[in-house]
Design a binder for this molecule. Structure first.
Ligand code: UDP
Ligand code: MG
Length: 311
């Protein structure tokens, strides 16, 4: 069995050598047939140079180098697509995900026949309160909004087997929320709990802007509830408009001296029209949502195995 370790790297000069050594050590200690697929996501520091140097000395190392910074998810995606192993393990370059969990993942894969073994962060050491809070809130919000239920507090640190790799390669959507897609695929998925370490060196490559973009991809690609918001608001507004219309007409009939000329018709028109507009935006939104789903081109189903009589 061959293990591919996929490592996305963006400006990881201070850690990358150490990460390589650690991963290699774990692979050698366990006598795995292995390859390490580094993806350099357009680093501006010496990361690529170091990786090239490593690859020139170690035949088990593959380096995929991007023309510019495309982002963490595209880097992971490229790594999976270039891996040739029977299983691929996705791991961050900063040693926050401990490489010595990999053999445990492989054990679970082999012993329990798990197609996916995903890391669940029991504790997150050395990360800011803000990061932990927003991450926790995000995973819960996403579950609330999405029809697919995702395991909480999991990152991309996981093992996927050949079946999942092959299905992953077939996905056509460009903007990928990978951890979500892999959960969505199904098959046998088993969690493994681990403590997330602080970054070995360097700074986070996920500033707030990237975090938000990532979170929005997760939400928009897995939920159409935001689209339905317009329709719901539209119905509420229309209902208020109707109630108000009754009230205004009553004032006009019972106590005409209180009704300012033109007030009734203006108010009713504004509120009622507002409601109708929101409903129509909602309907248009729904169609756009359907177009979006079709464009993503996700398969309608994934077949686990085909059981039939041999002729
Ligand atoms: N990363 C990447 N491209 C980016 C940002 C990050 O390839 O544009 C990589 C980074 O090198 C690391 C992983 O993604 O291996 C996770 O990033 P980081 O550790 O900075 O995120 P955090 O752990 O702080 O959420
Ligand atoms: Mg990190």
């Amino acid at each position: 069995m061959k293990v591919s370790v996929v490592i996305p790297c963006y400006n990881e000069e201070p850690v990358i050598m150490k990460t390589y050594e650690e991963v290699r050590k774990v692979m050698l200690e366990n006598n795995y047939d292995y390859e390490i697929v580094f993806v350099d996501d357009g680093s501006k520091d010496r990361t690529l140079e170091i990786l090239k140097d490593i690859a020139s000395k170690d035949d088990n190392v593959v380096v995929v180098s991007f023309s510019r910074n495309f982002g963490h998810q595209p880097a992971v995606s490229a790594g999976i697509k270039h891996s040739t192993g029977d299983v691929a393990v996705i791991i961050d370059a900063d040693l926050q995900d401990p490489p010595n969990v990999i053999p445990e993942m492989i054990k679970i894969h082999l012993e329990q026949g798990a197609n996916v073994v995903y890391g669940v962060r029991r504790e997150r050491k050395g990360e800011s309160f803000f990061k932990k809070f927003t991450a926790k809130a995000f995973y819960r919000l996403l579950n609330l909004l999405s029809d697919v239920k995702f395991p909480l507090d999991t990152g991309d640190f996981r093992l996927i087997d050949k079946k999942v790799i092959e299905e992953f390669k077939k996905l056509k959507e460009r903007d990928k929320y990978i951890r979500g897609l892999i959960s969505w695929m199904g098959f046998k998925q088993v969690p493994i709990y681990y403590d997330r370490n602080p970054r070995f060196a360097g700074e986070t490559k996920y500033p707030l802007k990237k975090m938000l973009r990532f979170a929005l991809t997760g939400i928009f690609y897995f939920s159409d509830k935001p689209l339905k918001l317009a329709t719901t608001l539209g119905f509420i507004t229309t209902f208020i408009g109707l109630a108000l219309a009754v009230y205004v007409i009553l004032v006009r009939l019972i106590n005409p001296s209180q009704a300012i000329p033109g007030w009734a018709s203006t108010m009713i028109t504004i509120i009622f029209m507002g409601g109708i507009q929101l409903i129509t935006i909602g309907i248009i939104g729904k169609y756009i949502g359907n177009i979006f789903d079709e464009i993503k081109g996700r398969p309608e189903f994934i077949v686990k195995e085909l059981i039939k009589k041999k002729d």
